[in-house]
Every structure is written in C-alpha cells, then in structure tokens.
Design a protein around this ligand. Sequence first.
Ligand SMILES: Nc1ncnc2c1ncn2[C@@H]1O[C@H](COP(=O)(O)OP(=O)(O)O)[C@@H](O)[C@H]1O
Ligand SMILES: [Mg+2]
Length: 508
Amino acid sequence: MRPLLEMKHITKIYDSGVCANDDVSFSLEEGEIHAVAGENGAGKSTLMKILCGAEKPSSGEILLRGQKVSLHSPRDAQAAGIGMVWQHFMLVNEFPVYRNIYLGSEPKNRFGFLRDRQMIAEARELAKKYNMSVDVLAKCGELTVGQAQKVEILKVLSKGTKILILDEPTAVLTPQETDELFHQLLLLKEDGCSVVIITHKLNEIKRICDRVTVLRAGKSVGVYRVADVTEEEISSLMVGSAVSLQTEKTPSSPEGVAAEVNDLIVFGAGGKNVVNGVSFRVRYGEIVCLAGVEGNGQRETAETLCGLNRRYLGEVRVCGEDIGKRSVRRIRDLGVANIPEDRIRTGCDVGASIYDNLIALDYERENRFGFLKARAMKQKCRERMEKYSIKGTLSQKLGLLSGGNMQKVVVARELECEPSLVIADQPTRGIDVGAISFIHKKLVEMRDAGCAVLLVSADLNEVYDLADRILVFHEGEITAEIEDVKHTSEEQLGRYMLGVERMVIANE
Ligand SMILES: Nc1ncnc2c1ncn2[C@@H]1O[C@H](COP(=O)(O)OP(=O)(O)O)[C@@H](O)[C@H]1O
Ligand SMILES: [Mg+2]
C-alpha cells in the first residue's frame, strides 16, 4: 500500500554549515502513530520543521498520497492538512482560550468586528469533538501546562489537520497529564488522523507508537515496527552503542548535615510566595531530589542555597554556616558546586573556548610571578576532557558543541573542584542518553564519596534513578517526603505533584 506521506532523501544544511539532516527518508501511513527518536541534535526537529513548512530542505522531496508537494511555508503545510505543536508553546497569555485557538484566522463580521460568540461556540464544539476538557473562556496565562498543550493541539486541529506532529510533548507534563495526552492521541488515531511524535523517551515509544524512525547524527538509522524492537535496542540505535539505562547504585548511608533550610519563604512577582515555608535537610552521602512540575518553587529553593537569591525569609545554612550575608563566591568557597539548568545563559560562556570554561573555577592558576601556569592548566584540562569524555579540542568554542558535550564541560568544571555539596538543577535536560547516563554515574560517584547532592528534576526517570529521598514540591510547599523511593509508584508521586494528596510530614 502506498504510504500517506513520504519524505525522500531530505538533506538540510543550515546557513551556519551544520548538516542537520543527511539524506533522510521518512514515511507515514494513514492512522498510525509514528515516533521520531534520536539523541539531542540528531535532527528530529529539523526534519519535522521541513514537513510543516517552517524550514526549507536543501534537497529532497515530499510526496503526499503519491503526489509531489511543495511546502514553502506553514500555510502550505496547513493547506495540505499538516500541522505541528511546537516544543515551546506560543499562546498569548492575556487572551482567552477560544481567541488563541483561532488566532490569525478569527472570523470577523462585515464591519470588521470579531465574532466572539461564534468563536466560543466553535471552540466548544471542537473541544468536545476531540474529547478535550478545557474552559474556552479561561485566560491562557492561567492554564496549567497540560491544559495549555491541549489548546495548542486544538489550535492545530481547528485548521483541519490530518497529520499532527508533536515535538517532545511530554517533556513538561505530569504522569497523569501524559496519560491523558496519550489517550487523546489514540482517539485521534481512531478518528483517522496520523500522528508523528518526536521523543527520546523509550517507554513512550513502546506505549503508544506503531513504528519508530531513529535518527542519529542527522542520518536515519532505520524504521522499525515498535512491537519488533526492545527499549534497549532502540536506545543503542540512538547512540550507536549499548548503554545501560539504569544507574547502578547501592543504598545511601548519609551522615551529618550539609544543608539546612528552615521555614524558607521566597517572594515572587505579584505578591504570591514562590516558596512558602519550606524546611528540609540534605546530609552528606545522599541524593535528595526536589521533584515536581516545573515552576512550583524548586528552582528558587535551589537558587537560594547557591546564594543567587537574596530576597528570602527563613534560615538557610550550608556546611554549617548561615549564608545570609555571604556572596556567591563565598558560598562556593564553603564547598558548594552549582550545575544550573540554563547552561547557555548561566552555566557557561558559549563564546569562550572549552579550555577557558573548564578552568573558570581554578582560582590559583597563576604562579608567583603572576603568569598563568599555562602548561599545567592545559594538561589538567586535557585530563578533564578525557575523564568526562568531552569531544572536541581545547581551543574549540563551547557554543559549537552539542548540548550533551556542553553540559559535560559544566559538570566537569563544577565537580572537579571537590565540592561537599552539589546543587544540580535539571542537569540532564535536553541532552543525549549517553551523556545523561554519564552524568548520573558521576553524581552517584560523588555521593558515594561522601558529597551531598541536591537535585532538582522534573524528569521522573531521573528522579527514580538517582534519588535516595524525594521532596515533592507543589505551589511552593512540600507535599510529601518520600524515603522509600523504589516502592512509591509514579501515580502516587503524580498525586503529590498535583497537590491532590499530601503526606503528613513529621517535623524533625
Ligand atoms: N536554525 C538553526 N540554525 C543552525 N543550526 C541549527 C538550527 N536548528 C538546529 N540546528 C542544528 O542542527 C542540528 C540538529 O538539530 P535539531 O533538528 O534541533 O535536533 P533534535 O531535534 O534532534 O535535537 C543540531 O546540531 C543543531 O544545533
Ligand atoms: Mg528537537
């Protein structure tokens, strides 16, 4: 049978010279859910941007029901029934849901006024048709992430889309929201829609996809029926070698107190507290994970511990000292390392070389005549690059590295200064499986060496893999403290994350 859609020999070279897709072919059948999998930087988003008319291929062709089509713009793709839900939502927060759904194609009456009532009725109809419960009158700024995603999907479906593309849709969802999304995708499939889902989560591919196309370094390494391959096989196709998916780790044996937070309150914009009376301790030799849906106060808590946030109430002690009046540098001197979430903005200097980034924290790098101990420093850096398997050369600009390599530079710089407390905020977000596994092992090694690790993570696989203890954040409060991580189900964790259930936490 002829596939619904074929992309043949697609090559895309960006103006910067990066070859993001190298002779990639892709096909989609009617009514299938097809995963596009691959490590970060493999070219998944690029391939799908070409399909939805947002990027022009350098060469190759696209056939729809056997007919060659030219998709020069998202409008062309839309006319062909192809639509994409982007990784980053593009809703106007001040507008209600129904306005967002019809944004850019609002029906107007002959005087040029918007037909609000018509839009509201149609939006409700649409939501009902696709079984998505969302209040069409609510302002988008007030929606949860899961609801906002529904609006994005409805926006695409309202254009008569038959081929729906979603770029890493579950990255920001709770387990419950993910279940709901998957349920809706299955309904869409029953309805005759074809769905392409970009993901690097193996369990999701297994759960709802019919076939998977795996990309590696811009090339397609094959298309498989999901039923015929195991998660391990998909993962080794993605990285080109076998990787262990789970981090090996023995039970922790914590002692002493590395960090202590008592009744922490962090003020937010608009008079609402982002962190609202949180207390906990992190001991040496354990990994404590602040889990939760992003934006529930975890980051602000971690930032306060690093000295990056001075507007707080309560007591914060690190390595025995109150950090109240200490500068970031002084807190570092206490032995605190910080692996921040946004490596491009705060984690490193993308314009500088790997070398400069790696030695940024080595303060004693001048000899007594004031000269840089260049040769010794270079040797040190080479050793670090080797130890952390960072690909590249010392003089290479950091900005040209892949996300995984860039993050390993940050991790190497932070962990090599022998910290006693590591604060890691989403340390593996957006990087490839190989680098994730590497960084996980490093964090466990640090723990085993007696270091305290405070991990902020919204990725449940990571939480389960690393945490010795979990503190669940919801709206600036801790809703649960979980000691028995292995015997706590994802559903249970999800309920704490949503704040529908709370654990009674004994005061220490
Ligand atoms: N607009 C762009 N300009 C230049 N290079 C880009 C652009 N978008 C992506 N790239 C590069 O193309 C490669 C593939 O990126 P992408 O398609 O986003 O991969 P994935 O979605 O699999 O992570 C990466 O090396 C990335 O840095
Ligand atoms: Mg992408």
